[in-house]
Ligand binder design. Structure first.
Ligand code: HEM
Length: 498
């Protein structure tokens, strides 16, 4: 464990009087502390967390961007203590001494994530309540079946784009597309915004030279949406936020729509890619799913333990001098929630190989007053999308050896770079929401959809079983339609789910 500082007024008698590494780093310009934006973290973040845990215990000193000191929380309990105690650990980044000390330049890579904005993510107490109530109460108005219907429809569209090819790269073709397509619907944006917004938000998050232009595109699109919904309210998040009794200003509505779009998209994309990878690579996982002992929602919780979409959340700021995990924290210090590290803390997971199926007590959504309000939407998108995907392409399998998969880490998340898959080529299916009801009642009939299918040897018992003759409706379409509560009458494309 790291030795502690004996700074005046902060000590407790049982702590040894040595120098605190974070404050040493501050005065020495970084010293030998690990830079969370540096190469070691990019290469192997989980290995780095374990090294830090061994050296410092549950709260480790690190530096950011070459020299700005902060604390990384590695302990499960410490993560919860900090996220649940806003009186000691504020979400308001203006507490940070690095601002006062002029350490954060206008071009700092930290700025987009920690620069204070008038949003619920940076608010505490009553102000947080006001902004968050508008979000949670508005998001609570979505009916879950409606969300699932959007997901099903877009999943079928995305599968239609790839199904004739017999293979695809699923991070780009699927995981990066679907959440944004669904979120734009929930926000109240027309279909055509989806694909362009996927590009713009990815560009914006990557911080490329076109990031500012992409950011302006996203903000303009949201501003246009708010103008339209003010004139003509609909059944969507934009309209509900505008009408909420919390009385959000137009700027606040736009900023919170932007928050939902950016946070919800990136995290759900990650969760979807990680879950799909596991379904395709972990034999226990697939065997359990096929054997009916585990549901996909249970499996998603296991993924949230081992691959949380956000590995680190920056951050919290100490409102006064305090002690945590044996370290002495000073007023204005920054603390980073180490969600991935906390999830594998040996204090709560002595056997790291033990399955965590269905166990929801992980840190992936954080905790306390800022705990993710969109978690059920993220879960519903992931679960429905993968379920529908496997229904359409039951012979889906990895096209490369698992050892060839690569990852990209930033200081706050870790992404699967590519997930190449293969499957038997199939003909695209019609949009199930456009099908006449009589068609859904047509008997299921197995007819090869492509010449390859006619000659290809079957690779699994279920392979190709969902392919349908032209003009006939596959059984899954009828089933989905029934599950989604559309027993009669065709729906126009893009019609509201609610
Ligand atoms: C499954 C994927 C998701 C994961 C893993 C995730 C995770 C998180 C985490 C770790 C936080 C930070 C909490 C903190 O500061 O302590 C957060 C905040 C937030 N998330 Fe999510 N999220 C996901 C999906 C979504 C979705 C789909 C939405 C919206 C539809 C959403 C909306 C938000 C909002 C608005 C906040 C800010 C809450 C506040 O500060 O009070 N998230 N999320």
């Amino acid at each position: 464990m790291t030795p502690h500082s004996d700074a005046p007024g902060t000590g407790s008698a049982d702590l040894p009087p040595t120098r605190c590494p974070v404050h040493t780093a501050l005065s020495d310009g970084g010293g030998a502390l690990v830079d969370l934006l540096g190469p070691e973290n990019q290469k192997d973040p989980m290995g780095l967390y374990e090294r830090l845990r061994a050296e410092h215990g549950p709260v480790a000193p690190i530096v950011l961007d070459g020299g700005i000191p902060a604390w990384l929380l590695l302990g499960y309990r410490e993560n919860l203590e900090v996220s649940r105690t806003p009186s000691r650990f504020s979400r308001d980044s203006r507490h940070w001494h690095a601002w006062k000390d002029g350490k954060i330049g206008a071009d700092s890579p930290l700025l987009p994530v920690v620069g204070w904005q008038p949003m619920c993510t940076f608010a505490d107490g009553d102000e947080h309540e006001r902004l968050r109530a508008a979000l949670t109460e508005s998001m609570g108005r979505f009916d879950r079946r409606g969300i699932r219907r959007h997901v099903t429809r877009f999943t079928h569209q995305l599968v239609n784009d790839i199904c004739a090819d017999g293979g695809a790269e699923m991070v780009t073709a699927f995981a990066q597309q679907l959440p944004m397509l669904v979120l734009t619907q929930l926000l109240g944006m027309p279909d055509e915004y989806g694909p362009r917004l996927v590009e713009a938000t990815r560009d914006l998050m990557k911080g490329t030279e076109t990031a500012l232009r992409s950011d302006a595109y996203v903000t303009d699109a949201l501003k246009g949406l708010v103008d339209r919904r003010r004139a003509e309210p609909g059944e969507d998040l934009a309209s509900w936020l505008l009408a909420h009794p919390s009385g959000l200003t137009e700027e606040e509505v736009i900023q919170h729509l932007r928050l939902v779009l950016l946070t919800g998209n990136e995290t759900t994309t990650n969760l979807m890619a990680n879950t799909l990878r596991m379904v395709l690579t972990d034999p226990r996982f697939r065997a359990s799913l096929a054997g009916g002992h585990m549901t996909l929602p249970d499996a998603i919780e296991h993924v949230l333990w081992n691959e949380p979409p956000l590995t680190v959340v920056p951050g919290r700021w100490a409102t006064g001098d305090t002690e945590l995990g044996g370290q002495r924290i000073k007023a204005g210090d920054m603390l980073l929630l180490g969600l991935a590290a906390g999830n594998v803390d040996p204090a709560i997971r002595p056997d790291i190989g033990a399955p965590m199926y269905g166990n929801r007590s992980h840190l992936a959504f954080s905790g306390g007053p800022h705990e993710c309000p969109g978690q059920d939407i993220g879960r519903a998108i992931t679960d429905t999308a993968i379920d529908t995907l496997l229904l359409r392409l039951p012979d889906l399998r990895l096209a490369v050896d698992e050892s060839e998969l690569t990852w990209l880490s930033s200081w706050i998340s870790r992404h699967l770079v590519e997930l190449p898959v293969e499957f038997m080529p199939r003909r695209p299916e019609p949009d199930i929401m456009d099908l006449p009801v009589e068609a859904l009642l047509a008997p299921r009939q197995r007819v090869p959809s492509t010449p390859e299918e006619t000659t290809a040897p079957a690779r699994s018992g279920t392979e190709g079983s969902e392919a349908a003759a032209p003009g006939r409706v596959p059984w899954w379409a009828a089933l989905w339609r029934w599950l989604l509560g559309r027993p009669s009458g065709p729906a126009p494309k893009g019609s509201s789910a609610r």
